[in-house]
Design a protein around this ligand. Structure first.
Ligand code: PSU
Ligand code: MN
Length: 303
């Protein structure tokens, strides 16, 4: 028992048997959505993954222990806590060493998933290059993690609060494959389109699993980003979202919000400005990503 993490019995059994497992992050629970929608989302996403024949593994650091697979009591406690750290590569081990509780971002979740041998991960939207990064230098550590850690990340694109052109340029430079799932245009989280062409397109979980096998066959490490657009009747049009984002960015600027607080601040402000519509769409897209990630995990395990 010298592993630096603790799997739930269900996740351990699935991993031991070579059954498909899907990693889930927890920053979306603690910093991305309000109570009680966060716990409803967390439970719903786990149920969807099980229904597809895979085992969900929500990841977090609880009282210093890196946990992979949470009980319902753990999920409820995490969803209600207000003091959780937002953990990335820089501070994941810090929370473990100091006995803290923290939720894992995309970057930290990828690290933990790879450590446990979980190859597929579902989230809402990755972090990326913030607007104004040329002066703030605010670029999410998620991008570097995608470049170095071998996990398939299923998302609805990068969050539209970001500079999407710069975000995808960085991913291209770092050699991260970006796939439009059944689409020629990259989605932008709440909206189906972004005006940016998808660099690669695949139309089935089997094709995604085959692409990953081909990458591994030639020794390519690093993540793959699968971008999965919301259903047409559920998306919010880009003009509407754009207005909320402009207003939220102005508020963040006025309040001098910086660093790790920026993304949670903007998501909360857009939730308020949209009268809850942004949260509804966020929940729907996470559910859709979880379903697709489970199908990819099943397709990968079948071989
Ligand atoms: N997806 C969501 N909501 C979120 C996130 C993703 O639908 O809150 C989180 C992820 O944990 C991601 C983080 O890693 O936002 C990005 O934070 P930052 O921009 O500070 O790197
Ligand atoms: Mn940042």
């Amino acid at each position: 028992m010298s592993q630096p993490f603790q799997c739930s019995p269900a996740v351990q059994a699935a991993l031991d048997a070579g059954r498909p497992v899907v990693a889930l992050e927890s920053t979306i629970i603690t910093h991305g959505m309000p109570w009680p929608q966060n716990i409803e989302m967390a439970r719903g996403v786990e149920a969807l993954i099980r229904a597809e024949g895979a085992e969900p593994a929500t990841i977090a650091v609880l009282d210093g222990v890196l946990r992979i697979g949470l009980s319902d009591d753990d999920l409820v406690a995490l969803a209600q806590t207000t003091g959780a750290m937002k953990l990335s590569r820089a501070d994941l081990a810090f929370a473990m060493a100091t006995g803290r509780t923290g939720s894992t971002t995309v970057a930290a979740t990828m690290i933990a998933a790879a450590l446990a041998g979980i190859a597929t991960f579902a989230t809402g939207g990755i972090g990326g290059v913030h607007r104004g990064a040329e002066s703030s230098f605010d670029v999410s550590a998620d991008l570097d993690e995608l470049a170095r850690t071998t996990v398939i990340v299923v998302c609805a694109g990068a969050k539209a609060i970001l500079d999407l052109h710069k975000t995808f340029e960085v991913l291209e430079t770092k050699g991260v494959p970006v796939i439009g799932y059944a689409t020629d245009e990259l989605p932008s989280f709440w909206s189906r389109g972004s005006g940016i062409a998808a660099p690669l397109r695949l139309d089935s979980p089997q094709e995604i699993a085959a692409f990953q096998r081909a990458r591994e066959a030639i020794g390519l490490e690093g993540g793959m980003l699968v971008t999965n657009p919301l259903a047409p009747d559920l998306e919010i049009d880009r003009e509407t979202v754009g207005g909320w984002i402009e207003a939220a960015l102005a508020d963040a600027d006025a309040a001098d919000v910086r660093g790790k607080a920026v993304t949670p601040f903007l998501l909360k402000r857009i939730f308020e400005l949209s009268g809850g519509r942004s949260l509804e769409a966020n929940i729907v897209l996470v559910r859709s990503n979880a379903r697709l990630a489970a199908q990819i995990a099943v397709a990968s395990a079948r071989r």
